[in-house]
Design a protein around this ligand. Structure first.
Ligand SMILES: Cc1cc2nc3c(=O)[nH]c(=O)nc-3n(C[C@H](O)[C@H](O)[C@H](O)COP(=O)(O)OP(=O)(O)OC[C@H]3O[C@@H](n4cnc5c(N)ncnc54)[C@H](O)[C@@H]3O)c2cc1C
Length: 388
C-alpha cells in the first residue's frame, strides 16, 4: 500500500481543505462505515449519516457563500464523495445527488432563484435530478413530461422513473418539454420542483440489487402547478443545460465509483495477506499478483485522471465532456472489476454477507449504468476520434 500512501500524502490541499477532509474522513470511519452493513440489510434511508454529514456542512461545500454556503474546491468535493462512498456507497450517492441536482441551479439559475432556493440546500436540504422516464433512458430526448405555461404558473404533467432521492428531496431539478415548442428536442426545458406541491406523488420505491439504503423512486406529476419563477433559463434551453450539468456530475459519479473500488481493493489485499492455502498466503501465488498489479495500476491511473478532470473544471474550462466521460467509464468499470476480483479472492466467504466485498460487488454494478451507460460513454469517446 506504500505507493498509495505516498500518492495521498503528496496531494496538495490548503489548510482549510485538509481540516475539512480530516473531519469527513473521521466521520466516514467512525459512523458511516460501521452503519453501512445495517443500512444495507434493512434498506432504511440512512438519516443518521445524512444528518451527521450536514452537521459538517457537506452541502455548503458547493453552495456559494452569499446563499449560505462555505464553498471549497471541486476537487475537495470529489474527494469527500469518494471518502463517504468508500465507507457506504448508498450514503455517498445520496450526498452526491444533492450536488447533481442543485449544481445546475447554482450555475444557470438567476439571482432571485438562487437566493430563494439555495439556502435550503446549504442548511442540509436534499436535492434530486429527474431526467429518466419509463420510455426515455439512454435517449433522454424521448421524455414526454410536459410543461404547459398558464399565466404565472407552469402545469407539469407526466412521470419520472429511477429518481435517486426522489421521495425525500426538498427540491427536484425536473426536465420536461415545453408544450408550445413544436420541435421535440428544442422544447426540452428545466425547472425546480418543490416538494409538497399538490399533485406530486411517489408511486414506488425500487427494490434494488445494491445501494439498498439509497432511495430510488418512480414519481408522478399530476397537473402540478409550479411558479413560472422556478423555470431555469428560457423555455427550450433544457437540453444544453442538461449536457453542461452532466459534465460536472459525471466526475462526481466517477469519484463515487472510485470509493467503491478503493474499499474493494483494501479488503482484497488484507484478505490475500491473511488467507493461507497449500502453505502459502494467497497473495504469494503469482497468478494473483498479476491480477493485483493490473488493478492497482488502474486504480492509481484513474485517481490521477480524476484529479486532472477536476483541475480542468476548476481552471474554468468549458469543454471537458469527453474527459468527464473517460473518468466515469473507467472508474465504474474498475469498481465492477475490482469488487468482482475481491469477491473471487475471498473464495466462498466472499459470496457470503459476512464480508463487505459481497455488498461492494452489488453496489458497483449500477455505476456502469447510471449517468449514461458505459456503452453510451464508449460511443461518445470513440466517436470523437472520427474525423469530420
Ligand atoms: C439505482 C438507479 C438510480 C438512478 N438515478 C437516476 C436519477 O437520479 N435521475 C435520473 O434521471 N435517472 C436515474 N437513473 C436512470 C439511469 O440513468 C438510466 O437507467 C440509464 O440512463 C439507462 O437508461 P435505461 O435504464 O432506460 O436503459 P436503456 O436506455 O433502455 O438501455 C438498455 C441497454 O441498451 C443499451 N443502449 C442504449 N442505447 C444505446 C446506444 N446508443 N448504443 C449502445 N447501447 C445502447 C444500454 O447501454 C443498456 O445496456 C437511475 C437508475 C438506477 C437503476
Amino acid at each position: 500500500m506504500k505507493i498509495f500512501e505516498t500518492q495521498q500524502r503528496l496531494r496538495e490541499w490548503s489548510d482549510d481543505e485538509r481540516l475539512a477532509l480530516d473531519q469527513f474522513q473521521r466521520l466516514a470511519r467512525e459512523l458511516i462505515a460501521p452503519n453501512a452493513q445495517r443500512y444495507d440489510q434493512t434498506g432504511e434511508f440512512p438519516w443518521e449519516n445524512i444528518r451527521a454529514l450536514n452537521e459538517l456542512g457537506a452541502n455548503t461545500i458547493f453552495v456559494p457563500e452569499v446563499y449560505g454556503g462555505a464553498p471549497m474546491s471541486y476537487r475537495l468535493y470529489l474527494e469527500i464523495v469518494k471518502t463517504v462512498s468508500e465507507a457506504c456507497a448508498s450514503t455517498g450517492i445520496i450526498y452526491a445527488t444533492n450536488f447533481h441536482g442543485m449544481k445546475p441551479l447554482i450555475d444557470f439559475g438567476n439571482d432571485e432563484q438562487r437566493a430563494r432556493l439555495l439556502p435550503r440546500i446549504a442548511e442540509g436540504g436534499i436535492g434530486a435530478l429527474a431526467i429518466t422516464e419509463p420510455n426515455a433512458g439512454s435517449d433522454a430526448t424521448g421524455m414526454t413530461t410536459s410543461f404547459t405555461p398558464d399565466g404565472d404558473s407552469i402545469i407539469v404533467q407526466g412521470g419520472k422513473t429511477f429518481i435517486s432521492n426522489g421521495d425525500v428531496a426538498d427540491l427536484i431539478l425536473l426536465f420536461g418539454k415545453w408544450s408550445e415548442i413544436a420541435d421535440s428536442k428544442k422544447s426540452i426545458s428545466v425547472l425546480v420542483f418543490e416538494k409538497d406541491t399538490p399533485g406530486f406523488e411517489v408511486l414506488r420505491l425500487e427494490d434494488k440489487m445494491g445501494h439498498r439504503a439509497a432511495s430510488t423512486a418512480a414519481l408522478a406529476f399530476n397537473a402540478c402547478r409550479v411558479p413560472r419563477a422556478n423555470l431555469i433559463g428560457k423555455p427550450g434551453e433544457g437540453l444544453a443545460l442538461l449536457l453542461a450539468s452532466l459534465n460536472k456530475s459525471r466526475p462526481s459519479v466517477a469519484a463515487h465509483a472510485l470509493g467503491i473500488a478503493r474499499a474493494a481493493f483494501n479488503d482484497m489485499i488484507t484478505y490475500m495477506n491473511e488467507r493461507v492455502q497449500s502453505g502459502r498466503r494467497i497473495v504469494d501465488f503469482q497468478a494473483n499478483q498479476f491480477m493485483v498489479a493490473d488493478l492497482a495500476t488502474d486504480l492509481a491511473m484513474t485517481e490521477c485522471w480524476l484529479d486532472y478532470v477536476a483541475s480542468l473544471i476548476e481552471s474554468g474550462g468549458k469543454d471537458f465532456g469527453l474527459e468527464a466521460s473517460i473518468a466515469k467509464m473507467r472508474a465504474s468499470d474498475l469498481a465492477m472489476r475490482m469488487s468482482t476480483e475481491a469477491v473471487q479472492m475471498h473464495g466462498g466467504y466472499g459470496y457470503c454477507k459476512d464480508y463487505r466485498v459481497e455488498r461492494l460487488m452489488r453496489d458497483a454494478k449500477i455505476t456502469q449504468i447510471w449517468e449514461g451507460t458505459n456503452q453510451v460513454h464508449r460511443q461518445l469517446i470513440g466517436r470523437s476520434f472520427a474525423r469530420k
